[in-house]
Design a protein around this ligand. Structure first.
Ligand code: FAD
Length: 393
């Protein structure tokens, strides 16, 4: 029969890879996509939903076209194990799905015990909203229900984590809604990192738009020594107890659990060859996006999509002999600070034998004029439309 590709995870990496392999192989490859949810909510633009710039429904995408237009066999189930010798993936529903090449793009899971007092059973009281959908909705509802002059606490994650500017765009969007609905409210960030992505740009924007509302405690001020109590809504920051009305805990992260189950991780992440995203531990398996340890690329949707195209070409080449060109990657991370105040950071990348290495980069500048910032925001809207149609057709 035809060669079989199985893709686990229908997000930025997996949906793109499945679609490119199906689209470019003229029916020569049988593609199965395994994804538990029927509606994928993008984390990208989920902060804009919290800020009131997008409806939740506008960031939800279904898998209908991947099945009907591209002939992908979409299976809504969890992958729970991989037998690398037999080359099968086992599903929670009991099936075993055979593959010739396996692509894993399961995103992130949280490191157990990273924030003492927090675990998945407390995520409804202290949401992470770092996987989008019901978590985003919950966080937004909690923000809207804050008492007048209340306190929103964010427990920020240590590096590396998905979307380096994500927590700080989140803070900007929370400040944007609170400024309108609850202007005496306060935002406190407990941060284990010395510095963070686009810091000068965010700090300038917070000063300009939300003066006095946002305070960040870095590691020097105990930001790295944090525990929480979800019953009392207390946050202990280096011995100082803060009573939170909303507590957004974004814990330390690791590769999606299926990577561990398949014994493809080293530490928290799954090492890959930057020339093609092939696992360093199994030549029949490719690992994309947040789960991979590839080098210099940030964990972003843009990166995962870029990596998926490289892997799709390599997988087709290995199965059908189609031509494989040298890998090139790119990334841009846009963030919205306030209405029409968009900023970005990005780079292009090429593989070496050790890693995917940054070859040139750019970043928005402080003090840019309003027109430039508006154009940057508009560019991000175009990017969103482009990447989601690249993923879902
Ligand atoms: P995901 O897109 O998370 O996809 C993983 C999929 O795998 C999920 O659908 C999940 O259900 C499925 N899955 C997991 N385990 C299994 C299993 N065992 N079996 C079957 N399926 C499984 N990136 C940008 O580029 N630009 C942005 O502006 C941006 N903003 C962000 C804002 C926030 C608040 C956050 C949290 C992230 C943001 N990101 C952004 C980052 C981006 O969302 C991720 O980096 C990207 O989604 C990673 O793609 P992925 O394929 O690795 O994982």
């Amino acid at each position: 029969g035809k060669p079989k590709v199985v893709v686990v995870g229908g997000g930025a990496g997996g949906a793109t890879a499945a679609r490119y392999i199906a689209k470019d192989s003229n029916g020569e490859i049988d593609v199965t996509l395994i994804e538990p949810t029927r509606m994928y909510y993008t984390c990208f633009f989920s902060n804009l939903y919290i800020g009131g710039f997008r409806e939740l429904s506008s960031i939800g995408h279904s898998y209908g076209k991947l099945a009907s237009e591209y002939g992908i066999n979409v299976v809504h189930d969890w992958a729970i194990g991989v037998d690398r010798d037999a080359k099968t993936v086992s599903l929670a529903g009991g099936a075993k799905v055979p593959y010739d090449r396996l692509i894993l793009s399961p995103g992130i899971d949280f490191v157990d015990g990273a924030v003492p007092g927090w675990d998945l059973s407390t995520q409804t009281k202290m949401p992470h909203a770092y996987k989008a959908g019901t978590q985003s909705e919950l966080l937004k509802d909690q923000i809207m229900a804050m008492p007048e002059g209340g306190t929103y606490v964010m427990v920020a994650p240590p590096n590396p984590y998905r979307c380096p500017p994500g927590p700080y765009e989140r803070v900007s969007m929370v400040a944007h809604v609170l400024k309108e609905t609850n202007p005496t409210a306060k935002i406190l960030i407990a941060d284990p990192k010395d510095k963070f992505s686009k810091q000068a740009l965010f700090e300038e924007g917070w000063q300009k738009h939300y003066g006095g509302m946002i305070e960040r405690l870095g590691p020097d001020f105990g930001g790295g020594n944090v525990s929480v109590n979800a019953d009392t809504m207390e946050v202990n920051i280096d011995g100082e107890i803060v009573k939170a009305d909303v507590c957004n805990v974004i814990p330390a992260q690791k590769a999606g659990a299926i990577c561990d189950a398949a014994a493809l991780t080293e530490g928290n992440w799954a090492p890959v060859d930057g020339h093609n995203m092939q696992s360093r531990m199994d030549e029949n398996i490719y690992i994309l996006g947040d789960s991979s340890n590839q080098g210099d690329m940030p964990k972003s949707g843009y990166s995962a999509n870029s990596q998926a195209k490289v892997a799709a070409m390599a997988v087709r080449g290995s199965l059908t002999g189609s031509r494989v060109f040298p890998a090139k990657y790119s990334n841009t991370c846009w963030s919205l600070i306030a209405t029409d105040d968009g900023v970005k950071v990005g780079a292009s990348y090429e593989p070496t034998d050790e890693k995917i290495a940054s070859v040139s980069s750019f970043v928005s500048q402080t003090g840019e004029d309003a027109d430039m910032r508006k154009r940057t925001y508009e560019e991000s809207i175009g990017w969103y439309a482009g990447i989601t149609s690249d993923m879902f057709g």
